[in-house]
Design a protein around this ligand. Structure first.
Ligand code: HSE
Length: 308
């Protein structure tokens, strides 16, 4: 069996009104260094150990086993997986999706399943419940997806993304997706739904037409989730005020608390200004990742299986 390395990008979901449907892969990564071993073990970076278990209750392992089971394998040969993680955990940048997607790819490699991207996205949606983070993590670029009772359809956009900066303003605190979802209403008025859907339609058309100015405007117009969630993000109003002159738009990334400001051109002075206004936030100027998940085969090292 081979050693290999899996790289999975962070993602930013919703892009405003694309709730549970639209997401983009960004240039921040989790890398899994995988080697055959005597027993399963996950070496997790120190800063993430409180949230990510090292044994078989790890989401990477659970997703790998789910994938194996879906293709009629009862178990997986053991591997040592060393995770190098640049994606902040529970901040709205798709960290749990990187684990789900990494696990699916892990099973794909170990069992040589030769899964297509479509099959990977379908498996990931079955685990995660919605496609907005997992689809771009797998395919790269902007993914506009629908997953409804096992029916999966998507369109991938990659053109013209190279000049844009997706500026992540990442607060220092965690926000659990479940908590942020509990704030959403159980139902909405029919007419409000029609208006919200129209905003999402214009967002998608603007992204496809590479009309970034209009896309940025629509990001700020969301009515599906941001009005309910912004109260959980103490910096939201001040960030909105601070970026409104220069940025094309601002939205809550996934369930938050990270906010993404979209720029067509962004420089170090702007970064320094924002960093001084928000000293407790990380200010990360990110680019779109158009590759999605990548795998590199490696020579097995002589390390002992449990050495990190
Ligand atoms: N669309 C999801 C949400 C992303 O906003 O709750 C986080 O899983």
């Amino acid at each position: 069996m081979n050693a290999f390395q899996i790289q999975v990008p962070a993602t930013s979901a919703n892009l405003g009104p694309g709730f549970d449907s639209i997401g983009i892969a960004l240039s921040l990564y989790v890398t899994l260094h995988c080697e055959p071993a005597e027993e399963w073990f996950f070496s997790v970076p120190e800063q993430d150990r409180a949230h990510i278990p090292s044994g078989k209750n790890n989401l990477i392992y659970k997703s790998a086993l789910y994938t194996a089971n879906a293709y009629d394998y009862d178990s997986l040969p053991a591997y040592h997986v060393r995770a190098v993680n640049d994606v902040p955990v529970s901040r709205g940048l798709g960290s749990s999706s990187t684990a789900v997607v990494g696990g699916i790819e892990l099973a794909n490699q170990i069992l040589d399943l030769q899964l297509s991207d479509y099959e990977k996205v379908r498996l990931a949606c079955a685990i995660e419940g919605h496609p907005d983070n997992v689809a771009p993590a797998i395919c790269g670029g902007i993914m506009i997806s629908s997953y409804d009772r096992n029916e999966l359809d998507y369109v991938r956009l990659t053109d013209g993304l190279e000049n844009l900066t997706w500026l992540a303003i990442v607060p220092g605190y965690h926000l659990e997706t479940e908590k942020a979802r509990q704030l959403l209403p159980g139902s909405i008025d029919y007419k409000d739904g029609v208006h919200s859907s129209a905003k999402a339609n214009v967002l998608v058309a603007a992204l496809a037409a590479k009309d970034w100015k209009l896309a940025g405007k629509m990001m700020t117009r969301d009515q599906w989730h941001q009005p309910y969630r912004k109260q959980l993000i103490s910096e939201f109003d001040l960030v909105q005020e601070s970026v409104k002159e220069d940025a094309l738009g601002l939205y809550i990334s996934g369930a938050g608390p990270t906010m993404i400001a979209l720029y067509d051109g962004f420089d170090l002075q702007q970064k320094a200004n924002l960093q001084s206004l928000f000293p407790d936030c990380s200010i990360l100027p990110l680019k779109a990742d158009v590759d999605g998940i990548t795998v590199e085969l490696k020579e097995c090292s002589k390390r002992t299986p449990l050495e990190s």
